[in-house]
Design a protein around this ligand. Structure first.
Ligand SMILES: *Cc1c(COP(=O)(O)O)cnc(C)c1O
Length: 353
């Protein structure tokens, strides 16, 4: 694939690495490629970062035909820039696209776009410990058509944002409320797809929880409101009586790359791991009989996020004295060690740019 490059004539100052937030500043360029049904993907280009021009009747603006990915470029101590399992992001984006009737992209082309874009923007990958360049590939249906009959035109875009450490003051456990009204996903729906619509539908519960002083909600299944699915926009894991248990991927749970990596690491280390349905009742019982040792969310942004408190129907439970547990800390150290190049990458997970 040929990627045309139009350099930004007025490159910006690199942001202050001590004051990086999340998603606040962007790099100088963006990758764009267009699709239409008759010619397929075409016009791959890297152009100066800036506003998009979009038809007011574009399908994405009315019917939400959008999917996205999220991954980071990490700077190792030797200065090299690295991606973590990027092919997994590309494959997942295609799975999401398929669900929303958006066009899929050839894996090699998508990888080339990602690598060439990150290579061009590599000076934006910050150096300070815990910082990274957050990369956001996304796809939108662009054709002007208020009568939705399949998707004939789309764009695939990659933007990137230098981002600060998720844990500026060290990892601290968060308080979580079990959500009993809204649901995030149902079987047959879009729960497994990384699409904007899932986020739009999840916002209300998240906001309600925040008002009540919680960081996020723990989502239950959409049918029986009985089984645990995710925490906020992260996958969730519990350590009960020595075993690590996580909800299985039955279509309602996002197949996280952090989740997959943690499960592989745990199995390699000889832990007993179960991917299965987990009822709230089982968790509450484990809390009451003292066998729930650790609980945490996991995802690219936070890596792991320990749960310190869990509230269900007004009752509050404390997990591991509201402290980060040893396994959670070990997983954080190991994964970030591999990502930032402090530990050897024995699994071939890292792609050096
Ligand atoms: C992106 C995402 C995750 C985590 O996936 P990673 O690949 O580990 O970053 C989990 N749940 C939801 C809903 C997500 O959107």
């Amino acid at each position: 694939m040929d990627i045309r490059i139009i350099k930004n004539p007025s490159p910006s100052e690199k942001p202050d690495e001590n004051a990086l937030g999340f998603g606040l500043t962007y790099t100088d360029h963006m990758f764009i490629m267009d699709y239409n049904r008759s010619v397929g993907w075409h016009n791959a280009r890297i152009v100066p970062f800036g506003p998009l021009e979009i038809h007011p009747a574009a399908v994405v603006l009315h019917y939400g035909a959008e999917v996205f990915e999220g991954l980071k470029a990490y700077r190792a101590a030797d200065g090299t820039v690295r991606l973590f399992r990027p092919l997994d992001n590309i494959r997942r984006m295609n799975d999401s696209a398929e669900r929303l009737c958006l066009p899929v992209i050839d894996e090699d082309d998508a990888m080339q776009a990602l690598v060439e874009f990150v290579r061009l923007e590599q000076d934006f990958v910050p150096h300070k410990s815990g910082t990274s360049l957050y990369i956001r590939p996304f796809m939108i249906a662009t054709e002007a058509n208020l009568g939705l009959h399949g998707i004939n035109e789309a764009s695939f875009i990659i933007i990137a944002s230098p981002s600060g450490s998720y844990y500026k003051e060290g990892i601290s456990p968060v308080s979580i409320m079990i959500e009993t009204e809204d649901v995030r996903a149902v079987k047959g729906g879009t729960g497994y797809a990384k699409c904007g619509g899932n986020y739009a539908a999840s916002t209300r519960a998240g906001e309600r929880a925040e008002k009540l002083g919680f960081s996020q909600v723990l989502w239950l299944d959409g049918v029986e409101r009985k089984y645990i699915e995710e925490v906020g926009s992260m996958n969730v894991m519990f350590k009960i009586a020595g075993k690590v248990i996580t909800p299985d991927l039955i279509g309602t749970v996002l197949p996280g790359i952090t989740r997959r990596s943690i499960l592989e690491m745990l199995r390699d280390e000889g832990y007993e791991v179960e991917e299965r349905r987990i009822s709230v009742e089982e968790i509450i019982n484990a809390l009451e009989n003292g066998t729930l040792e650790e609980a945490f969310g996991c995802g690219t942004a936070a890596v792991v996020s320990p749960m310190g408190k869990l509230v269900f129907n007004g009752r509050e439970y404390t997990i591991n004295n509201n402290e980060i547990g040893p396994l959670t800390a070990h997983l954080y150290d190991t994964l970030t060690g591999i990502q930032w190049g402090r530990l050897e990458d024995t699994k071939g997970w890292v792609l050096t740019i």
